[in-house]
Design a protein around this ligand. Structure first.
Ligand code: NAP
Length: 508
């Protein structure tokens, strides 16, 4: 036991039920407490994990939905049994507060249990049947049955900003295991110890449920080669990823260059524009500005749904919005970011804005080390549309206000946005016409459109879409949050004239 965390990581990979180490190590960089050494994920570790996943698929891919549901529930139970130790190492590694880690643990176990009930229900299988028409002229119709089948071993890249809900046993892993796909996780270097203890929980569930041991492996990182080997391994059939555009695009390109290209479901974040429509700005510009500041700084702004850009008219109402946002942001003190690298990227993102002529600093702050304080800038629509760099995400508590002349320019600006995870309208009754005008454009740009709220805080539910057109994601037809995310790891198979004895159990 480690006095600081109550959990001393051994730093090994979990490969097909065995803890494996040896070779080079890398050191963790916790926000507090003692750094630990972790075995670097070498090609041989990735290969062993992928081969075990393929072997496990021949059993796991044909398990009953009830058995998989019980397995998901057992993982949730095992995570809860380690609850305090997970919170302790999670807070030490990431600098996130304990309450956030506790909430995220609930979200993680809730997701696992939601997928258990989702597969028990069976609706996701989208079973279809065209009965045979032997007497049809001029040709008879065969008997056709369709069901969704698991795709095979899936690689998962955990997110730095959700060390539980989007990492080792997070949404991608839960969806893939629910579908019937074994999982190989590439551990995130920002929280390797949290990854290790969660992997320990999954292993306990594998043992208690009698699942094949290769159904889950965790290979820690340490070099870029680990992830590259994983996405190019011939036995991997799909990838779930949450992280930066640069990392996601590099791995996506590798997936496309394979002899057998595979789907890469990359969620790479976006600036999530918020449009403050004229009547809402007049009636409650200050209130919206304050709320926006709260959403921008939640979790030190380290959310892919952070509403980084606000679009508001010039004039008094818009000025009140900006003034209220500035005041509220000014009251937020410097907070610890997830990693040194993310804090450094935040500072260089801010620099990028500070050097641009068409951009005015509204609130400029300095921060050092692993901390970040809020920054607020302002520009106009013409400048924004001419300077592509202004539309790039600055990951952290960073806001840009784009001032427009009126609804027409709001629409022009909306047309100029790249693909987004979300788009938000702040509107009152008198804004309905402007809202209608924007809707067809926003529907083409974003995976989720919301009114009079803020996009941070993504509900895990049946109707949720956490996705969107490129470059927010690499796959506009998918979501990485909610029950629909299971579809990423399934493919439809049609069975023509098969006797019942040969049909998969879900069709029999
Ligand atoms: P990242 O740099 O994209 O890394 C995510 C994962 O992909 C890590 O496991 C990383 O491995 C791996 N990876 C990245 N580039 C790779 C490459 N070229 N080859 C092989 N593997 C690669 O994201 P991050 O470390 O979580 O955060 C850095 C930045 O990502 C942030 O500043 C922010 O801009 C963005 N971000 C976005 C979201 C989002 O919601 N979409 C979430 C978190 C962060 P290693 O760790 O071993 O390098």
């Amino acid at each position: 036991m480690d006095g600081a965390t109550g959990f001393t990581p051994h730093g090994k990979h979990l490969i097909a039920g065995d803890w494996v180490a040896g070779g080079e190590t890398f050191s963790s960089e916790p926000a507090s407490g003692t750094p630990h050494e972790y075995s670097v994920g070498e090609p041989k570790h990735v290969d062993a994990a992928c081969e075990a996943a393929e072997e496990a698929f021949w059993t796991y891919g044909w398990t009953s939905r009830e058995d998989r549901a019980a397995f998901l529930e057992a993982i949730a139970d095992e995570i809860e049994a380690r609850g305090d130790r997970i919170t302790e190492i999670g807070t030490a590694e990431t600098g996130l507060p304990a309450a956030r880690l506790q909430g995220e643990r609930g979200r993680t176990t809730g997701q696992l249990r939601l997928f258990a009930s989702h597969i028990r229900d069976g609706g996701y299988l989208d079973r279809r049947h065209d009965a045979a028409l032997p007497d049809r002229e001029p040709l008879p119709r065969p008997d056709l049955k369709l069901v969704q089948r698991p795709i095979g071993p899936v690689a998962v890249f955990g997110a730095s900003n959700f060390p539980l809900a989007f990492s080792t046993a997070g949404g991608d892993t839960a969806a893939a295991l629910a579908a019937g796909c074994p999982v190989v996780v590439k551990g995130h270097g920002a929280h390797p110890g949290t990854g290790e203890i969660v992997a320990e929980a999954i292993l306990a569930a594998i043992e208690s449920c009698g699942m094949p041991r290769g159904v889950f492996s965790l290979v820690q990182g340490g070099t870029l080669e680990t992830g590259q080997r994983l996405v190019t391994h011939p036995l991997i059939k799909a990838v779930g990823f949450t992280g930066s555009f640069k990392g996601g695009k590099a791995l996506f390109d590798l997936c496309m260059q394979r002899d057998e290209p595979i789907p890469f479901f990359g969620e790479m974040g976006s600036v999530n524009p918020m449009f403050v429509l004229p009547e809402a700005a007049k009636a409650r510009g200050g209130e919206i500005g304050k709320g926006w500041a709260g959403s921008l700084t939640m979790g030190v702004g380290q959310f892919c749904t952070n509403p980084g850009i606000a679009v508001v008219e010039r004039g008094e109402a818009g000025d009140a919005f900006v003034a209220a946002a500035k005041e509220a942001l000014g009251e937020v003190s410097a907070q610890t970011m997830l990693t040194d690298g993310i804090a450094e990227a935040y500072r260089s993102g801010k620099e990028r804005f500070g050097t641009r002529n068409a951009v005015r600093e509204v609130l400029g702050t300095e921060s050092e080390g692993r901390t970040a304080s809020p920054n607020l800038y302002e520009t106009d629509a013409d400048a924004y549309l001419q300077d592509h760099a202004l539309g790039e995400e600055v990951f952290g508590p960073f806001g840009l206000v784009v001032r427009v002349d009126g609804p027409e320019q709001m629409e022009t600006l909306a047309r100029g946005f790249e693909g987004q995870l979300t788009a938000t309208l702040q509107m009152d009754e008198g804004d309905t016409e402007t809202g209608r005008r924007l809707m067809p454009v926003l529907e083409r740009k974003a995976g989720r459109i919301l009114v009079n709220g803020f996009p941070t805080g993504v509900e895990v539910a049946d109707a949720m879409v956490h996705g969107g057109p490129y470059p927010a994601t690499t796959n506009f037809g998918a979501t990485s949050v909610g029950t629909l995310s299971i579809r990423r790891f399934l493919r439809p198979v049609c069975y023509q004239n098969l006797p019942d004895a040969l049909l998969p159990v879900d069709l029999a």
